[in-house]
Ligand binder design. Structure first.
Ligand code: PLP
Length: 362
C-alpha cells in the first residue's frame, strides 16, 4: 500500500491545518474534531459522530454506551480483526463466535439466528474488506429476538447497502481510522456513529473520564479522545474519499479483467445491493502460504487478512468452539490472499501483480 500517493494530494491542506491547531494550542477535542464529527456524521447518514482514540475503543465504548456489560453475550463473526471480539470482552461481555458465508466471507445470518440464546444481548455485524453484510436481514433477526445490533464499520468508509451508508446500521457503529483504512489518519483514531442521542452522550462522557469536561465525574470512563491533528488529516481526506473509493473500484475492475480465467484463483464477489469500497482485494488460492512467499520474493506486497480466525486465536481458544467449529471461516483463513490495493495503484503495477501471481500459483 502506498500512502504517499494520498499524502501528496493533501500535503498543503494538512500543513496549514496543523499550523492553525498549533497556533491555537487546541490539541485535543478541538474545533477540527467537532467539525470532523459533523462532516463524518453527514457523510455516513447518521445524526451523531463521536471521535475517539482508535477503532477498538470505539467498539468498546459503543457497547458500553448501549448498556452491554458483565454477564452479557455478544455474537461476533469469527473472521474479523481480533479487535471486534476484544472490545466486547473489554466491555465485560463474553463472545460467541459464528461462521461466515462461503461466497463473500461475511457474517452468516442463519448462524446468528441459531446462536441467539437467552444470554445474548447484542450482535455485531462486521463490514469486511469494504462491503456491508446482510445487515437488513440481521436486523430482522435481532429485532425478532429483542437483542441489539451494532456494526463494525472499520473497513467500509463510503460503502453502502441498498443506498444506506456504512456506519448507519444498528443502534451504533464503531469505526477505525487506522492509517491504512480507506479513511486513514496519521496515527490512531476512531469514531462511534449513532442515531441515538443517549448513546452519543454516553460515549462523549466515556471518552473523557466519564465526565462532562468540567471536572465533574458522576461515572468513570477512559481517556479516549481524538487529537485535533488527526482531525485535520481526516477532514482533508474525507473531502477526497469518494473519488479515492472510485479509484479503488476501477482498480478492482482492472484486477477482475487481468485475472480473467486464471485457473486456481477465485476473485472476490460483491453482494447484490452493495456498493463495495475495496478496502482490500481478497482472492482465494490453494497453497496460499507458498503463493504468498513467492509473491513476496517477487517484490509484491501481498498480505493475509486474517491468517487465523479469531476463535482459534490463543486468547479465545478456551472460550470458543475450537478447531473445526467454524469450518467456512477456517477454510477461508488458509486460502485468502490480499493483493495490493490503494487509490493511485497503476495499471502496470496491477499487471505486475497478476503476472507474479500467475507464476507463483502451484
Ligand atoms: C474490522 C476491524 N475492527 C476493528 C478494528 C480496530 O481498529 P483500531 O486498530 O483503530 O483499534 C480494525 C482495524 O484495525 C478492523 O479492521
Amino acid at each position: 500500500m502506498d500512502l504517499l500517493v494520498q499524502h501528496a494530494q493533501i500535503a498543503d491542506e494538512v500543513t496549514s491545518g496543523f499550523e492553525q491547531v498549533i497556533s491555537k494550542s487546541a490539541f485535543v477535542n478541538g474545533e477540527d474534531v467537532a467539525s470532523f464529527e459533523d462532516e463524518f456524521a453527514a457523510f455516513s447518514g447518521v445524526d451523531h459522530c463521536v471521535g475517539v482514540a482508535n477503532g477498538t475503543d470505539a467498539m468498546e465504548l459503543a457497547l458500553r454506551a448501549a448498556g452491554i456489560g458483565r454477564g452479557d453475550e455478544v455474537i461476533v463473526p469469527a473472521n474479523t480483526f481480533v479487535a471486534t471480539a476484544e472490545a466486547a470482552v473489554r466491555a465485560g461481555a463474553t463472545v460467541r463466535f459464528v461462521d461466515c458465508d462461503e461466497r463473500c466471507q461475511l457474517i452468516d445470518v442463519h448462524q446468528v439466528a441459531a446462536a441467539i440464546s437467552p444470554r445474548t444481548r447484542a450482535v455485531v455485524g462486521v463490514d469486511l474488506f469494504g462491503q456491508i453484510p446482510l445487515m437488513d436481514e440481521l436486523a430482522s433477526v435481532t429485532d425478532a429476538a429483542g437483542v441489539l445490533l451494532l456494526e463494525d464499520a472499520a473497513q467500509a468508509h463510503g460503502a453502502s447497502r441498498h443506498g444506506r451508508s456504512a456506519g448507519s446500521f444498528g443502534v451504533a457503529a464503531a469505526t477505525s481510522f487506522y492509517p491504512g483504512k480507506n479513511l486513514g489518519s496519521y496515527g490512531d483514531a476512531g469514531a462511534v456513529l449513532t442515531g441515538s442521542p443517549a448513546i452519543a452522550r454516553a460515549v462523549r462522557a466515556l471518552r473523557n473520564h466519564g465526565g462532562s469536561g468540567s471536572y465533574q465525574h458522576a461515572t468513570l470512563g477512559f481517556n479516549s479522545r481524538l487529537d485535533s491533528l488527526q482531525a485535520v488529516v481526516l477532514r482533508a481526506k474525507l473531502r477526497r474519499l469518494r473519488s479515492w473509493n472510485d479509484e479503488r473500484a476501477r482498480a478492482a475492475d482492472r484486477y477482475e479483467n487481468l485475472l480473467g480465467d486464471l485457473a486456481g484463483v477465485t476473485p472476490p464477489k460483491t453482494l447484490a445491493g452493495n456498493v463495495h469500497v475495496w478496502h482490500l482485494y481478497v482472492v482465494r488460492v490453494a497453497n496460499r502460504d507458498v503463493v504468498l512467499k513467492r509473491l513476496r520474493a517477487a517484490g509484491i506486497g501481498a498480505g493475509v487478512h486474517y491468517p487465523v480466525p479469531v476463535h482459534l486465536q490463543p486468547a479465545f481458544l478456551a472460550s470458543g468452539p475450537g478447531p473445526g467449529g467454524l469450518p467456512v471461516a477456517e477454510r477461508a483463513a488458509v486460502e485468502i490472499l490480499s493483493l495490493p490495493m490503494f487509490p493511485g495503484i497503476t495499471t502496470s503495477q496491477q499487471e505486475r501483480v497478476v503476472e507474479a501471481l500467475a507464476k507463483a500459483l502451484v
